[in-house]
Design a protein around this ligand. Structure first.
Ligand code: MLT
Length: 251
């Protein structure tokens, strides 16, 4: 039987796993049926991986999950790479999307320089190890304030990245390098949408979020002060109350 509550599908970023959403899955369970799967190859997922996992392929996995669970319509909430995947999902199955939350992400494609960096990341995952990537990447995800006030989050993120398999990291990096610009998908979006970012996100500077919110006919931008790339962890209370209010709007 269909549930009157919305289903909220959280899509994690790169190279992370479903535990990214731990502060949301319990807190928002009173207002939504929450799904927070591991993307192919990450976390506990052990499905076979192609050399490059495109955003379309991850989206197809998520569609299969919804079909399996008998869920017709969802609110998608994707962070960073999770946002790329949410946009790929929306492009293919707009009728399955009742609301869209794009966090710390962008709708534009990689530059040539960005694509070259993805290849280097894929090679380094095998040649140097994911723990080396983890040590370099973790500090870039959090704001200086977060690092000062919640030093434990840095170790948490480093550990989350370090435990991912090199195959999954490489496949995702190469898949991200192939993604197209999807501003046109946002312009065609007919459902309520939220773009959330952090004022200190150096990886996805504010103009990228602004351009997404402007492209969305029913979109709104929310900037969480002092947070960087991981708004859901760095500004958990504000993030959760923003999502909670949005769910009411969607329902
Ligand atoms: C992420 O957090 O998913 C990544 O920063 C996305 C990217 O590398 O483009």
């Amino acid at each position: 039987m269909a549930s009157a509550r919305p289903t909220l599908l959280f899509i994690h970023g790169f190279p992370l796993d479903h535990t990214l959403w731990d502060p949301q899955t319990t807190s928002l369970a009173d207002v939504a049926d929450v799904l927070a799967p591991d993307l192919r190859g990450f976390g506990n997922d052990r499905c076979a991986l192609p050399v490059a996992m495109t955003m379309e392929a991850y989206a197809a996995d998520l569609k299969a999950l919804l079909d399996e669970r008998g869920v017709d319509r969802v609110v998608l909430c994707g962070l960073s790479m999770g946002g790329y995947i949410a946009m790929a999902f929306l492009e293919q199955w707009p009728e399955r999307v009742g609301g869209l939350i794009l966090c710390n992400t962008r709708a534009s494609a990689d530059t040539l320089e960005g694509q070259a960096a993805r290849k280097a990341t894929a090679q380094n995952a095998f040649a140097k190890g994911v723990d080396v990537i983890a040590r370099a990447m973790a500090p870039t995800l959090l704001s200086d304030l977060t690092k000062r006030t919640h030093p434990e989050l840095m170790a948490h993120m480093e550990a989350m990245i370090a435990r991912q398999r090199p195959e999954a990291v490489a496949a995702a990096a190469l898949g991200m390098s192939e993604r197209p610009d999807r501003h046109h998908v946002l312009r065609a979006c007919t459902v309520p949408a939220l773009v959330i970012t952090g004022s200190n996100d150096a990886l996805m500077p504010l103009p990228t979020s602004r351009s997404m919110a402007e492209a969305l006919p029913h979109g709104r931008l929310v900037v969480l002060e002092h947070a960087a790339h991981l708004t859901n962890l760095e500004a958990t209370d504000d993030f959760n109350s923003t999502v909670r209010a949005f769910l009411k709007e969607v329902n």
